[in-house]
Design a binder for this molecule. Structure first.
Ligand SMILES: [Zn+2]
Ligand SMILES: [Zn+2]
Length: 368
């Protein structure tokens, strides 16, 4: 064999290998990964619910004991602090492994037969730090026997939020421009403007509003937004089908915190064919922005009939958590990019102790 022949043979073998590596996992493997994900999410929900439940129980009981037996105050406060620290340690451990696992199962459901890459791990890490910021805050409320949202519901939201990471894995399993994905919403349960926009189904939300005689100020805003955005809904073809590359650039998947519905989203992603015909619009080049930015979602009228804006996550925003969370919010991180995670440092006072929130990991330090 001449040198050229050898090179030619080597080239052919390499090409075959590349094809084999690119070939997605068989359908059955992908279905299995989806099942494994659903099971995993249920287990995560159980664990997180119990961590919150324990903290709530200890916090509420401590409050009662302190009122009934003032002499026990110090001892009880110590118990609350220790339990708080343990709960945070357990949550951090849970979140740390769960986020990577969710992404990995998403990758496999999307058909990838490879390990999670460095830039993907960075994406997952950002997501986790973002969630940790909120999770620690809520534990603190429970320790004080406070908290505006029922803890079961809150724990549930964290389990839902994990689904965003699963869909990111699904998306990143193959980000080629020639892979197409459909954003599918469940119209019966979904009333979210962003999801309807992304799926190209704003008319479903518009119809009942048009049929109504008297609209509240909130509904009027909604209708105006729907009519203003109908022309550019549903991606390039208006059908809710996007190239995987485009969705990655938009940095949006079901259950994303950027959506108006946040963790109450019922949408999913499905493989799709490239829609027929020439696209009506060009590919999105920017991260997706919610049609109704979250801070201003709840418009309504007060007792005097004046229009008021009720901010969502009011307490969370007041404490500056949202600002810190924004530094770790999901964004697309390309293969060559490095150092994507900004330091999110905060000091929170919990009773007699200070909690240092460093890169999402909460450490407890004795106050001087
Ligand atoms: Zn939605
Ligand atoms: Zn949705």
């Amino acid at each position: 064999m001449t040198n050229d022949q050898a090179l030619h043979a080597f080239g052919q073998a390499t090409e075959q290998l590349q094809k084999a590596l690119k070939a997605p996992a068989p359908t059955i493997e992908r279905a299995r990964a989806r099942q494994a994900w659903l099971r995993f999410q249920r287990e995560f929900r159980t664990t997180v619910t119990n961590i919150y439940g324990t903290m709530q129980d200890v916090g509420a009981t401590a409050k009662w004991v302190t009122e009934e037996m003032p002499g026990a105050k110090e001892r009880v406060a110590g118990l609350v602090t220790r339990q708080h620290g343990r709960s945070i340690a357990m949550l951090n451990a849970q979140f740390s492994s769960a986020y990577e696992r969710a992404f990995e199962l998403g990758l496999r459901t999307g058909g990838a037969v490879r390990e999670t890459t460095e830039n993907e791990l960075a994406i997952v890490r950002r997501q986790r730090l973002n969630e940790n910021t909120y999770a620690g805050n809520f534990l603190t409320d429970l320790g004080h026997g406070e908290g505006t949202m029922p803890w079961e519901k809150r724990a549930d939201l964290y389990a839902n939020a994990l689904e965003e990471v699963f869909w990111q894995g699904y998306l990143y399993s193959d980000c080629s421009a020639d892979r197409y994905i459909r954003w599918v919403e469940m119209p019966a349960v979904e009333t979210c403007l962003d999801c309807a926009f992304l799926a190209g189904r704003l008319s479903i939300l518009e119809r009942p509003l048009l049929a109504k005689a008297d609209l509240t100020p909130r509904e009027e805003t909604l209708l105006a937004t729907i009519q203003a955005r109908k022309a550019d809904q549903g991606g390039r073809w208006g059908t809710g089908v996007y190239s995987a590359r485009e969705l990655a650039t938009m940095g949006i998947v079901p259950q994303s915190g950027k959506l108006q519905c946040t963790t109450q989203c019922h949408c999913k992603l499905q493989p799709a064919k490239r829609p027929e015909g020439i696209p009506e619009r060009t590919e999105a080049q920017e991260p997706y922005q919610s049609l109704l930015p979250k801070a201003f979602t709840g418009t309504g009228t007060n007792a005097r009939g004046k229009v008021v804006v009720a901010r969502e996550h009011k307490q969370v925003r007041r404490m500056g958590y949202a600002k810190r969370a924004a530094t770790t919010e999901h964004r697309h991180i390309g293969r060559g990019e490095t150092a994507p995670v900004k330091k999110a440092v905060a000091v929170l006072k919990v009773g007699e102790q200070k909690m240092l929130l460093t890169q999402g990991w909460v450490k407890i330090a004795q106050e001087q």
